[in-house]
Design a protein around this ligand. Structure first.
Ligand code: SIN
Length: 544
């Protein structure tokens, strides 16, 4: 069994810091929540790298919110429910579609500059499975970067927010079913206990579980693993979204080629040059992501290739350069010109739909512990996230979390805890190799297509790494590997239990969706193991 705490410690002997609200992680969820919380609280924000390194920073396509006359929250709701393949919590989606536009206005007030048309209206694009143009973007395809720029500037100028960069949060400290703080490792390896009336996890997803991912190195599932060790309910970990189009070119990282490129009319072609999406879905290149990703893999197999092409060469080159400056420049580094060349692409792990289960105020199953953004499972995304819904989700639920925290009384009794597993050994073997091995296992057996045999094999392979939890871990690589291993096991166990195909979870041995048996969530708790959870009444309709 995975131990409650990943390191041994004695709080008595550690330096302590007391604040009001502890926000763990940067990205849009951390930055926005910290800014809102700072209106009435002292905030400590902890990032393991910096405010500028998160999944948000690399978000290209944009942020989905109803801004045009032709659109309505009802359309946005329906699109989200359909993409979510029956597993969205409709109440959470209602909140998203109604509160999203106001949240975007707040981002604008905080300094984010979204692209505008010549008439001064916000420029809106479409992405897969959206029935309307409702994606706001910034600097063409650098939306996340612009949001981080604006919010980080506010955070850095805010005297109520203290930022600790390069600090690694080891574990959440809990007592009597409540979260009291966290134990944190400083850059010099020493440790400190931090305490507050609430802790908000904003630690992002698990992209680094896979060898091929659009996520940066920091996406190692730390928040999900920590919350699991602390006893929180973790939900729907089998639903991992693969982005259909990441650059697949020798020597190049799996850079995201935004869905907005297809939104602006790009075609997908196999290596024979044939368009193929008409064989798979009536929405063609703008079908839901899981459909497009599996169609691409199918074509790759049929043509014995490791990629397909995305082709936007038929569009006006000036428009392409203006709309996608980041992608255009990035591809040029590798000798590929988006305006004249077909760009080789393949699917890559992109987004963790599941995570720490939260209610409508972002509260987890542990008192005083909240989760916001990709680390959370709010019920908005269901089995397959609608593109560009995640940035809106972070601001909508970030605001709700702060409303809830503002009602909390501070905790007055000090916490004393000594945790000893008598860990003696150092981790066996180089952890870099282990991480690579785990990533390969995940790609091979817990990837876009799964089956019982493969999932069982993956779990067996993971078991071989278990002694790591009995070792004395100290480096960031070791700690991250331990967290990744936990998330890998949660994903594989959940995927094995769900004997159907739905959204991003495709089982070759159960290729059909089975609403009679599986219109429900999978949950995992450290104490109780794997279980199932019925959908809230509002979500009972089998939409999607
Ligand atoms: C993209 O630009 O394609 C990514 C947008 C998202 O994942 O929401």
């Amino acid at each position: 069994m995975i131990p409650r705490y990943i390191v041994d410690f004695d709080l008595e002997t550690l330096p302590k810091l007391h604040t009001d609200v502890i926000v763990i992680g940067g990205g849009i969820a951390g930055l926005f929540t910290a800014i809102k919380a700072s209106e009435r609280n002292r905030v400590l924000m902890i990032t393991k790298k910096s405010l500028f390194e998160s999944n948000t920073r690399y978000a290209q396509g944009g942020i989905a919110a109803v801004f045009s006359e032709e659109d309505s929250p009802e359309f946005h709701l329906q699109d989200t429910l359909i993409a979510g393949a029956g597993l969205c919590d409709e109440a959470a989606v209602q909140i998203l579609v109604h509160e999203g536009p106001q949240g975007v206005q707040e981002l604008i007030r905080l300094g984010t500059q979204f692209d505008e048309e010549e008439d001064g209206q916000y420029a809106l694009t479409r992405e897969g499975a959206h029935s309307q143009r409702r994606i706001l973007h910034a600097n063409g395809d650098a939306t996340g970067f612009e949001i981080v720029r604006a919010l980080a500037a506010k955070v850095q100028a805010n005297p109520s927010i203290e930022v600790w960069d390069d600090h690694f949060v080891l574990d959440l400290l809990t007592e009597d079913g409540e979260c009291r703080g966290a134990i944190v490792q400083k850059p010099d390896g020493t440790r400190v206990g931090v305490f507050g009336k609430a802790v908000v996890l904003c630690t992002g997803g698990t992209g680094q579980l896979y060898r091929y991912t659009t996520n940066p190195d920091v996406a190692t599932g730390d928040g999900i693993a920590m919350a699991y060790r602390a006893g929180a309910v973790i939900r729907d970990m089998e639903f991992i979204q693969f982005h259909p189009t990441s650059l697949c070119y020798p020597g190049a990282p799996r850079f995201l080629i935004s869905e907005a490129v297809r939104g602006e009319g790009a075609y997908l072609r196999n290596i024979r040059g044939e368009r193929f999406m008409d064989k798979y879905h009536p929405q063609l290149e703008l079908a839901p992501r899981d459909v497009v990703a599996r169609a691409i893999v199918e074509e790759m197999e049929q043509t014995k290739s490791t990629y397909v092409y995305i082709d936007i060469t038929h569009q006006d080159p000036e428009l392409v350069r203006h709309r996608f400056p980041t992608i255009h420049q990035y591809c040029l580094k590798y000798g590929l010109d988006l305006t004249t060349d077909w760009i080789p692409v393949a699917p890559a792990a992109h987004y963790t739909m599941g995570g720490v289960r939260t209610g409508l105020q972002g509260e987890t199953s542990i008192g005083r512990l909240y989760a916001c953004g990709e680390v959370s499972s709010t019920g908005v995304h269901g089995a397959n996230r609608l593109a560009s819904n995640s940035l809106s989700e972070a601001i909508v639920f970030g605001r709700r979390i702060v409303e809830s925290i503002n009602q909390l009384e501070p905790v007055r009794t000090p916490m004393a805890l000594r945790y000893q597993e008598d860990r003696q050994s150092h981790p066996p073997g180089p952890v870099v190799e282990r991480r690579l091995k785990l990533q390969k296992t995940m790609v091979r057996w817990v990837g876009l297509r799964r089956n019982r045999q493969g999932l069982e094999r993956a779990l067996d392979e993971m078991k071989r790494h278990l002694p790591i939890y009995r070792a004395r871990l100290s480096t960031q690589e070791e700690l991250e590997f331990a967290n990744l291993l936990t998330c890998a096991a949660l994903a594989a166990e959940s995927a094995l239990s769900r004997e159907e195909s739905r959204g991003a979870h495709y089982r070759e041995d159960y290729p059909e969706r089975d609403d009679d048996r599986w219109l429900k969530h999978t949950i995992i708790e450290r104490e109780n193991g794997l279980g199932e959870e019925r959908l809230p009444c509002s979500s009972g309709k089998a939409i999607g």
